[in-house]
Write a protein that binds this ligand. Sequence first.
Ligand code: XMP
Length: 327
Amino acid sequence: MSGYIYETRPESLLRITNEERAKAFIDDQVKALKEQIGDKKVLLALSGGVDSSVVAALLIKAIGKQLTCVHVNHGLLRKGESEQVIKVFREELGANLIYVDAVDRFLDALAGVSDPEQKRKIIGSLFIDVFAEEAEKLEDIKFLGQGTIYPDILESQGVKAHHNVGGLPEKFGFELVEPVKFLYKDEVRVVGKALGLPDNMVYRQPFPGPGLGVRCVGAITRDRLESLREADAIVREEIDKLQFKPWQYFCIIPDMQSTGIKDGKRYMGWAVVIRAINTTDAVTATVPALSFQTLCNIRDRIIKTVPGVNRVLWDISEKPVATIEWE
Ligand code: XMP
């Protein structure tokens, strides 16, 4: 399976539906990657998403320390995500991992920007800048690893949808290494599982590239973003306890305040919104019935522990006409 030359999925590649097929794919890929890369070095932007994590694990298996992973923390990740990337890849898999704390740069650049498209643009282009700066510091890198998957090729001519490193290859002259480019998402997950990645990484919900940035509606402020991150962790923890989980569930913090009352005094606080949807393709979405008990558990924890939040709402809008995300 080495050296794919066609941009259509090879017919010989069986659907990877079980561990046995995943292991065969991994063996083939490790061999192919060793052949392609030889003794050269590879750079990979590792967000902690399923695709980049699986590519990282495959590359570590094939070439070990010849791989350098760069994890950029832009401050818009969910609670515990950066820590998990460091734990799994640096501590458990022994990867060369550069952790870049770019939180202040991103939040400073986003300060006062309320237009959603503008926010996305700033996050995307700053990500490339930060990643490029790291790439410049490294010597002898020949290849750039990418978590391109087959739908990216089918839907956007091979440009990783919403992926922000697309500008790099031309600038640096890197050759691409894309070991999962003919796999569908469900297959990438089976491969990730066979590689021993943790379940919460392998079965992660879709998460926008601009991360919590599109869920902290309007101009992002640090306090509102922190409250969103905490509330989001609570929503996910409480819904994770259910036997039948929705397809995607998270929380939003709108750019509005409403009256609350504390110690006999009125004050203005934030509202957070619970969003849980079911879908097969994210093109249309329905809203599953969360039990009142689940909603109350979420409400109680958020109101008790999340600073600045005095109201919890449940978004029961379907797609269409509402989109899944708020921005
Ligand atoms: P919407 O809001 O368009 O979302 O109904 C459909 C699905 O796409 C995800 N989404 C994104 N994913 N970058 C991504 O990688 C983005 O900018 C982005 N915006 C939306 C969303 O979470 C949902 O699953």
